[in-house]
Design a protein around this ligand. Structure first.
Ligand code: 6PG
Length: 237
């Protein structure tokens, strides 16, 4: 794994946008397309806004296929929708080749099955999808995507997408599973804020119990890339 620390959330977002653009150029050069999984929550919004502001003409958006790592069980125009956040910060402004949204408005199991079918339609039915880049965040509790501590999705190895009941949030989330995330060609964690420092110290300290800190389960080939701001990194050894 690699760990990079940037002064603040702006520096982190600038670096993430630049690295994403390089990764896109490489993939398009090699394979003619770039398959990108967007993260939800609030941290990646700044990166998406910088992509809109500074990279509208510097990425071949017409060869970029956009997917989502997880979604809340809400309609696409809901303020809690990850799709809505990404649309307002990026997708409304760049002409991507395709957007594959998780239908959070459907019954959770139906939404998960529909998204898995969509991924099998795009990548082929048999082999695990190999996304070019997956963006992830982490919560203060060490969750990533919607893989929360002590939840059933952590044990799923034969599905690509699942509905994951999260009792402590009294809700169900739709999320990619660990095997799919770990099959990606690259995974970048974008993590900002002191609120994530304790979880990061456990996860990067190497003593994390994966059921308690699910982000530690993310081990793609070559390891994940941790892009942190100073406050998030404040408790690292
Ligand atoms: C979500 C995300 C989730 C997020 C973390 C961090 O749907 O909320 O996929 O995994 O990345 O909760 O969220 P913040 O960036 O808002 O701190």
């Amino acid at each position: 794994m690699s760990v990079e620390v940037y002064e603040g959330p702006e520096g982190l977002a600038e670096a993430a946008a630049g690295e994403l653009a390089s990764r896109a150029a490489e993939a398009i050069e090699e394979r003619g397309l770039f398959t990108l999984v967007l993260a939800g929550g609030s941290t990646p919004r700044a990166t998406y806004e910088i992509l809109t502001r500074d990279y509208a003409g510097r990425i071949e958006w017409g060869k970029v296929h956009v997917f989502f790592g997880d979604e809340r069980t809400v309609p696409p125009d809901d303020e809690d929708s990850n799709y809505r956040m990404a649309r307002e910060a990026l997708l409304d402004y760049v002409p991507v080749a395709s957007v594959h949204r998780i239908q959070g408005e459907l019954p959770p199991d139906e939404a998960a099955e529909a998204y898995e079918e969509e991924l099998r339609g795009f990548f082929g039915p048999d082999e695990l999808p190999r996304f070019d880049l997956i963006l992830l965040g982490i919560g203060g509790d060490g969750h990533t995507a919607s893989l929360f501590p002590e939840t059933s999705a952590l044990e799923v190895h034969d599905r690509w997408v699942v509905a994951n009941p999260v009792l402590k949030l009294e809700t169900t989330r739709i999320t990619l599973t660990v095997p799919v995330i770990n099959a990606a060609l690259a995974v970048y964690f974008l993590v900002a804020g002191e609120g994530k420092a304790d979880a990061l110290a456990h996860i990067l300290g190497g003593d994390a119990d994966p059921r308690a800190y699910p982000a530690s389960l993310i081990q793609p080939q070559g390891g994940p890339r941790w892009m942190l701001d100073q406050p998030a990194a404040s408790k690292l050894p």
